[in-house]
Design a protein around this ligand. Structure first.
Ligand SMILES: C[S@@+](CC[C@H](N)C(=O)[O-])C[C@H]1O[C@@H](n2cnc3c(N)ncnc32)[C@H](O)[C@@H]1O
Length: 132
C-alpha cells in the first residue's frame, strides 16, 4: 500500500441518499396516504382498520420487543425511534421514557403522527433521509 492510501472504503451513503431517499419517502408517503394504519399493521382489515386494535398493538409490540431483548425503559431515559410511522409505538414509549425522538423518512407519516400524538409533550418528530 502506498503512503496516504486509505484502507477505509467510502460507505454507500455518500453516493446514494438523494435518489434512494426520495424513493423511500415517496413509497412511504403513498402508503401513508392510502391507508397508514394498514401499512403499519397489516394484520388489520385493509378496508376497515380497527383503530383501537391498531393502538393496542403498539403496546403489545413494544412489550414483546423489550421482553425479547430483556430491556426496560426508565422514566429518565431518552429514546430514539427510527421509523416511527404514525406513532403506534411512540405513544407507549413516551408514557415510559422521559423524552422520545421519532424519526421517519415520510413527511405524511410524520404529519399523521403529529396529529395523533398532539397530547404528548415529551415527543419530538424529525424527518430523516433514511440513511443517517
Ligand atoms: C411498517 S411502518 C412501522 C411504523 C412503526 N415502527 C410501528 O411499528 O408502528 C415503517 C415506517 O418506517 C419508516 N421508514 C422506512 N424506512 C425508513 C428509514 N430508512 N428511515 C426512517 N424511517 C423509515 C416508514 O416511513 C414507515 O413510517
Amino acid at each position: 500500500m502506498r503512503e496516504n492510501e486509505s484502507t477505509v472504503r467510502p460507505t454507500t451513503r455518500h453516493s446514494e441518499p438523494a435518489n434512494a431517499s426520495r424513493e423511500m419517502r415517496d413509497f412511504w408517503d403513498a402508503k401513508a396516504r392510502e391507508n397508514a394504519l394498514y401499512f403499519v399493521n397489516n394484520e388489520l382489515d385493509f378496508s376497515d382498520p380497527d383503530e383501537a386494535r391498531f393502538w393496542a398493538s403498539g403496546l403489545e409490540v413494544l412489550e414483546t420487543l423489550l421482553g425479547l431483548f430483556d430491556l426496560s425503559i426508565r422514566p429518565t431515559d431518552r429514546v430514539v425511534e427510527i421509523g416511527c410511522g404514525v406513532g403506534r409505538i411512540t405513544r407507549p414509549l413516551a408514557q415510559r421514557a422521559n423524552q422520545v425522538t421519532g424519526v421517519d423518512v415520510s413527511p405524511e407519516m410524520l404529519r399523521q403522527c403529529e396529529s395523533a400524538l398532539g397530547d404528548l409533550r415529551n415527543v419530538e418528530l424529525i424527518r430523516g433521509n433514511g440513511y443517517d
